[in-house]
Ligand binder design. Structure first.
Ligand code: RIB
Length: 303
């Protein structure tokens, strides 16, 4: 089960506060932690912990964060030959989390914006081994567009997680096998807040399968043929950072294991829910055993 992830790698600087600050306000944090993150790297690590063979394509600065993040990816058994080291500082994210688990995230892209289409073209041979390629939108749009175009042409399956929300060129949609927006991203891409109508607009543009994540409400997969609802799991959430990334990785792993969509959504919902039960991004990503355990415990009754 070989997956390539083309995306961001960040160091997350996480501050736990009682409440999020007002404009112009200074607050003292209760807790600080430095946790590996970045949507691309989170998806790569989550897929690896769930049993996939993952190669990461991205960029890191030649700095302390860069050294540490590269080492952590290696420890997670991720192939790192696709990672460029550049003179730009490594990407990082300033994350504040309040007592209810609400967060604000500001990302400094740094070296992630050095992941150019030229770098990806240079690595096409390495990408040849992957069956599926996962993209997000924390690397330059040109890289995403050119990468998807070339990799689709060479027979790869493409999953695009359109996060953070950005508009996409219409020419990209027919090359995407699975797109996984959350409700906000879907509204931006489709121009409507109605989930089913929005998903149908993306299908009309040429995507094969739309999977919408709805946080605590679970997820729904909509294709031309059918709509399948994935019910949520009951957990005690403390930090939602990387829950979406975990959902994406788990969905892909389940689909590659040829699970039906209903079961794949269930697996992905359980994995995403578990990621909310611990603080931080990669510090919260579950193993396959943990996901299966939660699935055994059962679905939320009142969903
Ligand atoms: O999806 C969560 C991630 O978004 C964080 O790890 C942060 O680095 C940002 O990229």
């Amino acid at each position: 089960m070989k997956i390539a992830v083309i995306g961001s790698i960040n160091m997350d600087l996480v501050l736990q506060v009682q409440r999020l600050p007002q404009k112009g306000e200074t607050l003292l944090a209760d807790h600080y932690e430095k946790v590996p993150g970045g949507k691309g790297a989170n998806q790569a690590v989550a897929a690896s912990r769930l049993g996939a063979d993952v190669t990461m394509f991205g960029a890191l600065g030649k700095d302390g964060f860069g050294d540490e993040l590269l080492e952590r990816l290696k420890q997670e058994k991720i192939h790192t030959e696709g990672i460029l080291r550049t003179e730009t500082p490594s990407g990082n994210a300033m994350i504040t989390i309040d007592e209810q688990g609400n967060n604000t995230i500001i990302v400094y892209p740094g070296a992630n914006f050095d992941v150019t289409e030229i770098w990806i073209r240079d690595k096409l041979e390495l990408l040849e081994e992957a069956e599926w390629v996962m993209f997000q939108l924390e690397t330059p749009m040109k890289t995403v567009e050119d990468g998807i175009l070339r990799l689709k042409a060479s027979g790869k399956n493409i999953l695009l997680n359109p996060a953070p929300a950005k508009e996409l060129p219409d020419s990209l949609y027919p090359m995407i096998d699975v797109i996984t927006p959350n409700e906000t991203e879907l509204a931006l891409l489709s121009g409507t807040e109605d989930i089913e109508a929005g998903a149908r607009i993306l299908l009309k543009k040429g995507v094969r399968q739309v999977v919408v994540t709805m946080g605590e409400e679970g997820s729904v997969a909509i294709s031309h043929e059918l709509a399948i609802v994935g019910k949520p799991y009951r957990v005690k959430a403390i930090d939602t950072t990387a829950a979406g990334d975990t959902f994406n990785a788990a969905l892909l792993v389940a689909l590659m294991e040829e699970k039906g969509m209903k079961e794949a959504l269930s697996f992905a919902n359980a994995a995403g829910a578990l990621a909310t039960t611990k603080l931080g991004a990669q510090s919260s990503l579950p193993t396959k055993e943990e996901v299966l355990e939660l699935m055994k415990k059962g679905l939320k009754q009142n969903a």
